[in-house]
Design a protein around this ligand. Structure first.
Ligand code: DLL
Length: 435
């Protein structure tokens, strides 16, 4: 049984990590200068040549890359290797018209799978485990990433993909799945269904590795109690490789970024200034070991905080908080900035589950916002007749948080559609066109 998948790397001294990062950054900058005309142009515009980048201290000189650059260079413009050297693509769903296609060489797949194996190991996975992968397979990175990581550890891997909840539960009970990998919202749904069917004592799950969407500590506790597991967070994005860019250890006080492969920075999203540990800003990644799709200073739009303090698990790689919001998730309603996480915080504070839908519309040139909120079964049975008072209490809580009137509609348990992948929380009818 292996306790640390790559202990020497994950517990390396900070000096060692810095040395790796400096050497790899210098090589990566040469790689993009030579192989990606777009980067060369961007560097030339900034008055830079590869000689200006001698160590990680020079990282801040390099220009940022953002999602629009990816869109403008779709589909192959940012690929640093000829197609014959690439063995895989993965892609985002592109529901907002911003499809990202990421390329991988065999080496890139290897490092991605290593990162996922580290995440699985940190959640207690060994070669004696049965890893149940219910992230979507196909273009989405969730299935492929955790699948590859599980193979590296030598665990028995169940490539379930998402959906077909009956079959998920049947395999889980028949084959004794011990590690569950899926989105937190699907884990909550599986938990609900397993309990409703009275199957809780027939499952052998011990850990869950949940990510790809925002989830709260309350949701963690809820899923842990429904499934009888310890739930771990995992973070990543297609542009940077997929899941496993960062992952939680048993301390659960942030996610360790795999710093031998990715340099993390947090910046002020308006000025671009690099912020110190403890300050909230936009997360930026530089891929220092990838061959085919090596993004440099990529702005993720995820808002978080970094922390370099030593972790008692022994890992020395920097920790990031859960994403605290997305700079592009922000809704502007009646001129006021509204983040779904603010609405979720009010719901949870007043005892509601995190099953809600925000609907924004424009009626007679005026923005309207409504939140449909699911009640718990207990609230539902107690509160017949009392719904108006409950709604008024939520309206007041939301007004105090956001400063605007938000219509609240309480709905019966299980009326808001559950997602097998990422949960859909916002319908903005003002944007009925696709970008
Ligand atoms: O969601 C990769 C992934 C798969 C991560 C499975 C974890 C598990 P994308 O579809 O490109 O890739 O979406 C990336 O999802 O920028 C975040 O906004 C969000 N996200 C990912 N992980 C988390 C997390 C995958 N643990 C975008 N918590 C990112 C909150 C997350 N948000």
């Amino acid at each position: 049984m292996e306790r640390y998948y790559q202990k020497e790397i994950e517990t390396a001294s900070r000096e060692q990590i810095r040395e790796w990062q400096s050497e790899r950054l210098v090589n990566q900058v040469k790689n993009v200068w030579e192989n990606v005309p777009f980067y060369r142009k961007k560097m030339e515009e900034a008055g830079l040549t590869p000689d200006d980048i001698k160590s990680v201290d020079d990282l801040h000189k390099l220009p940022f890359l953002c999602k629009d650059d990816l869109r403008d260079n779709y589909p192959t413009g940012l690929c640093a290797r000829p197609m014959k050297d690439c063995v895989r693509i993965q892609s985002t769903s592109g529901t907002t018209g911003r499809r990202v296609v990421a390329y991988y060489t065999q080496h890139d797949l290897d490092i991605w799978e290593d990162c996922c194996a580290r995440a699985l190991t940190a959640a207690g996975t060994t070669n004696e485990d049965v890893v149940h992968v219910s992230y979507g397979y196909g273009l989405f990175t969730g299935g492929a990433g955790l699948h590859g990581g599980s193979h590296k550890i030598g665990s028995l891997t169940l490539p379930m993909s998402s959906g077909n909840t009956d079959r998920q539960i049947q395999f889980m009970t028949d084959l004794g799945s011990t590690i569950l990998c899926c989105t937190p919202s699907y884990a909550a749904y599986l938990g609900e269904t397993i309990n409703e069917r009275g199957l809780r004592d027939q499952i052998k799950l011990k850990s869950g590795i949940f990510g790809a969407e925002a989830w709260t500590e309350e949701m963690r506790r809820d899923v842990e109690s429904k499934l009888g597991i310890k739930a771990y967070d995992i973070y990543g994005l297609t542009e940077i490789s997929g899941p496993g860019v960062a992952f939680e250890c048993s301390e659960q006080t942030g996610m360790h970024v795999n710093e031998d492969h990715f340099i993390a920075e947090v910046i002020n999203p308006i000025t671009g200034e690099v912020l110190p540990d403890g300050e909230k800003g936009e997360l930026v990644f530089t891929c220092i070991t990838k061959e085919a799709f090596p993004l440099i200073r990529y702005r993720t739009r995820d808002i978080c905080i970094l922390n370099h303090k030593e972790c008692s698990c022994g890992r020395t790689h920097v920790k990031m908080t859960k994403p605290l919001g997305r700079s592009d998730d922000m809704l502007i309603v009646k001129g006021v900035n509204v983040f779904p996480s603010q609405i979720e915080a009010v719901l949870i504070k007043q005892g509601y589950p995190a099953n809600y839908l925000i609907v924004v519309d424009r009626v007679n040139n005026s923005d309207k916002i409504e939140v449909q909120v699911e009640m718990t079964p207990e609230m539902f049975s107690d509160s017949v007749g009392d719904i108006t008072a409950r709604e008024a209490e939520l309206v007041a809580g939301l007004k105090a948080m956001l400063g605007i009137y938000v219509k609240v509609k309480l709905v019966s348990p299980k009326t808001i559609a559950r997602s097998e992948g990422k949960a859909v929380r916002i319908i903005d009818k003002r944007n009925l066109y696709q970008q």
